[in-house]
Design a protein around this ligand. Structure first.
Ligand SMILES: Cc1ncc(COP(=O)(O)O)c(C=O)c1O
Length: 542
């Protein structure tokens, strides 16, 4: 179909659906259905009622000179969506940084941004081989430079051969450059010992982009109810934000803090049955290793989760972006695909989407935006729709694809860059493991702190006992107690963490998430400063 006709068809086909949403979603609009990403266990996010929209359309035709787009008529779901990792705490942290630059006197010299899993921002050095391949693809004239190793040149040439015009400046296929998809399939096959078909792999602008494209597929009412997506609480707020944006129902299941944040099947059962009133549960999201909780699921636990998803007819979404970040010597990463396949029939036939990223692991190349999703046992017609939907965005960034290629096709033992690559990779992973232990031990030594071991990922999520007077003071200021605490911490020490309420937590419990990413000396300083702050805080509100 020619581009224009195809585009019109897309627009036309979306029109009745929008209209149906306008007329069929009455009952849970702006006041009743909180679309905020702050969570209760089974909070539903549903589109606004028709009357609300029609009112806004009236406002859209205001007098010439007035704003066409205002806070009142902008897409409600976006207005209400929240993303704690970049929320008000970070905005204040950025302001404080500017104040410090202007010479303001504070009890600290710098802001430590322990709020976001951005390794390079916290001083982690890039992997040489990865940057060499990237540089060679960006500046192919360097392919004749003898200072670059042959294996990096070979990777760059292979990629450039598949780039249109031989340039990373050209659009790629929407699913990504074919050879990189093939390398990703090979990587998965080597990891799991189970075949992987590159046709099932779609490259993306970071895992976030792939996850959103996938969840969009469920943005459809079935039997008159919105689709429901089960997400862990605490969760990574990409999920609550995406569900809020799409108007999908959020079904929160609590992780078991008393058992190292394990995933209890009885809790999945509870959350699922309570949600059936308001939605049609269709997806189960599992983050393993976990963010913000740092747990690594055991194989038995994964098998139970797979059985639960099968029994309840759920599509499994395995967020496995931290698959390289396992620090606990008694734990190992087990991919959902491997476990599900090894369980045999009927589980090996289940639908699964698994996501990986260049932002985490030992790479930490968050700003380059690379990722992939593998879609196992997906209906081919749905796969075609997914491919069509991403094609409207043309393609993922080609530089992100290049970095993904290095991650899935690293130097082999017989290649010149192997030793340096392995040395740098192991150095980064060992240093992360060391810092995770340091953070857990130090936080557990602070009165009123309780932290589970950081088995994997890049964070800890300590539970803090807050004095009653502090809770009352927070209420007086109209803040959640953990938000109140995090702001006080920021203003007195410059340490920026994210309050637990941004990820979800059991009512009456308070947490925050800190990354383990500051480099060791800075981390020690940060922990000492945090400890002193907490002791003063307890004194002030005792
Ligand atoms: C669990 C989880 N999933 C997905 C992402 C998204 O990663 P990116 O979009 O940078 O690949 C993150 C980022 O922190 C994450 O923690």
């Amino acid at each position: 179909m020619p581009q224009a006709r195809w585009w019109n068809a897309v627009i036309a086909s979306s029109r009745p659906r929008t209209w149906e949403q306008l007329t069929a979603s009455g009952g849970s609009g702006t006041s009743r259905g909180r679309t905020s990403a702050r969570l209760t266990a089974t909070e539903s996010v549903v589109h606004r009622p028709a009357s609300d929209r029609i009112h806004c359309r009236g406002m859209a035709s205001g007098p010439p000179g007035s704003k066409v787009l205002t806070e009142d008529n902008v897409f409600t779901n976006l207005r209400k969506m929240e993303y704690a990792v970049r929320g008000p705490l970070l905005l204040r942290a950025l302001e404080i940084e500017k104040e410090l630059q202007k010479g303001a006197k504070k009890p600290f010299k710098e802001v430590i941004k322990a709020n976001v899993g951005d390794a390079h921002a916290m001083g982690q050095q890039p992997i040489t081989f990865l940057r060499q391949v990237l540089t060679l693809t960006v500046s192919p004239n360097l392919l004749n430079d003898p200072s670059y190793p042959e294996d990096a040149k070979e990777r760059a040439r292979t990629i450039l051969c598949q780039c249109k015009g031989g340039s990373v400046g050209s659009y790629s296929e929407s699913a990504g450059i074919e050879v990189i998809r093939k390398h990703a399939a090979q990587y998965i096959q080597d990891r799991d010992g189970i075949p992987s078909d590159y046709h099932n792999i779609i490259l993306s602008n970071g895992a976030s982009d792939g996850i959103k494209s996938f969840l969009k597929l469920f943005n459809e009412k079935v039997d008159g109810k919105p689709s429901g997506v089960m997400i862990p609480i605490p969760q990574y707020p990409l999920y609550s934000a995406t569900l809020a944006e799409f108007g999908l129902a959020q079904i929160g299941y609590y992780l078991n803090e008393e058992n190292k944040w394990a995933l209890d099947i009885s809790e999945l059962d509870r959350a699922l049955s309570e949600s059936r009133r308001i939605c049609n549960p269709r997806v189960l999201v599992v983050i393993n290793p976990g963010n913000p909780t740092g747990q690594v699921l055991t194989r038995t636990n994964i098998e139970d989760i797979i059985r639960f998803a099968y029994k309840n007819h759920l599509f499994l979404l395995a967020d496995e972006v931290y698959q390289d970040n396992v620090y606990d010597k008694d734990s190992a990463f087990h991919s959902f695909k491997k476990v599900m396949t090894e369980m045999g029939e009927p589980y090996c036939k289940m639908e699964l989407a698994s996501f990986m990223s260049v932002s985490k692991g030992y790479m930490g190349e968050c700003g380059i935006r690379g990722g992939y999703g593998e879609f196992v046992n997906m209906d081919p017609k749905v796969m075609a729709i997914l491919l069509k939907s991403i094609s409207a965005m043309l393609c993922p960034t080609v530089l992100g694809q290049v970095v993904m290629d290095v991650v899935v096709n690293p130097p082999k033992p017989n290649e010149p860059s192997y030793q340096l690559f392995e040395k740098e990779k192991q150095h980064t992973l060992c240093s992360l493991a060391e810092r995770s232990q340091l953070v857990v031990d130090t936080l557990n030594s602070i009165p009123g702190f309780k932290v589970n071991p950081a088995m994997g990922a890049m964070y800890v999520f300590p539970r803090i006992e807050l004095p009653k007077k502090a809770i009352a003071a927070a209420e007086k200021e109209g803040q959640q107690p953990d938000v109140f605490y995090a702001f006080k911490l920021l203003e007195s020490t410059g340490i920026c963490v994210i309050p637990g309420s941004g990820f979800g937590q059991r009512p009456g419990t308070y947490h925050f998430r800190t990354t383990i990413l500051p480099q060791k000396e800075k981390m020690k300083m940060m922990l000492e400063s945090l400890k002193q702050f907490h002791i003063r805080f307890l004194e002030e509100y005792k």
